[in-house]
Design a protein around this ligand. Sequence first.
Ligand SMILES: [Zn+2]
Length: 433
Amino acid sequence: MTDFHHYRDISFSGPEAIKNLQERRLREHLLYCSQNSPYYHKILPDINIDYAHITLDQLSDLPFTEKAQIEQYNDDFRAVPPSKIVDIVLSSGTTGRPTRIMYTDHDLKRLAYNEEQSFKACGLSSDDVALLTCTIDRCFVAGLAYFLGIRKIGAACIRNGHNSMGSHGEIIKLMDPTVIVGVPTFLRKLGLYLQERGIDPGQTAVSKLVCIGEPLRDKHLELLQVGNDLQKIWQAKVFSTYASSEIVTTFCECTAQKGGHLHPDLAIVEIIDKNGTVLPPVSIGEVVVTAMSVEGMPLVRFKTGDVSFLIDDPCPCGRISPRLGPILGRKKQMMKIRGTTLYPQAIYSALEEIKAISEYYLMVTSESDLSDKIAIYAAVNEVSCSADIIGEKLQARLRVKPEVIIAHEETIKKQIYTPKARKPVRFIDKRYN
Ligand SMILES: [Zn+2]
């Protein structure tokens, strides 16, 4: 296994050097999986490929790994004895049964290296003080990964987690953080909260916001409303970062803010269509990740269920590595409305631009085999903002006109914030399938 103490970022090297290193890592990874992971030990030998000499082009001949398989054969994916596992997190399974994702000490070091490279790319240094507004416990890995990365850079970390606005406000006054890591809509609320109390977020020491969990940009890499609001309120640069527990790999924007850089020494990313065919850069499809040098639960061609695209033109920052575009939605949440393909995120972004809407969720039902029907439930704080006005604004933006139902904020909140769900629920899928 690779030693991440003396590792060098290969992202600035030429395409040939990157390809050679990726091929070497892929061969090591596949050999490791076939020898140590009971799941891959069973399935990989059936495929007629010489793993010791596999090329990157041949990766597409290997089978995918789906979330449902990890859920069903959870222990068979563990490639080390239980004594080597040091951290266990939960990932929500497809049937609602949580799946364990198990990391070794080596995997946490790998994650720290990954986050270190990510944070460095968006300009963090040992001089920074980073406030974490995401949880580091409750069986999530994200907060821990950010903490490890910030520590590896040598910056200071304030782990205030899922705390109240008041608490974060006090911390900002007391400790002068220069960076905040958090969910964009939460960071906007926090900024507005400070403004209401006479504190101008633009005058604080915060100069960077590293945004997690929700996209900041659209498919043209232009900032969404929430991104523009954050820049205006905080007078700070905003960066988007993406990861998931299974892929043990993070993608973060650099200072050029043109997509999340892939660290080519750590993972290979493919974008596939609904038939599993690998798509060229810029084409939109499902993100598939093969994370290499993972020890605890190594995966081959993991289908994330997230939809995005790769960008492979040179980045102004000088890195040669491809970038991952913003996450446009979840594959299973894709909606078809009379021939137009739409993801909930596009509707959320359009709703975010209507200032009078305070809360919302959407419900999708099947209108026919070929078309879905969308209903939007919204609470408004201005009586003049009628369902018709919202419907027309959405039509202008999305080219489809969903039904809009105005409801009380409390009723809507009850639907969104349920104790059972780990995240706010804004998408209710009542289609046949
Ligand atoms: Zn860059």
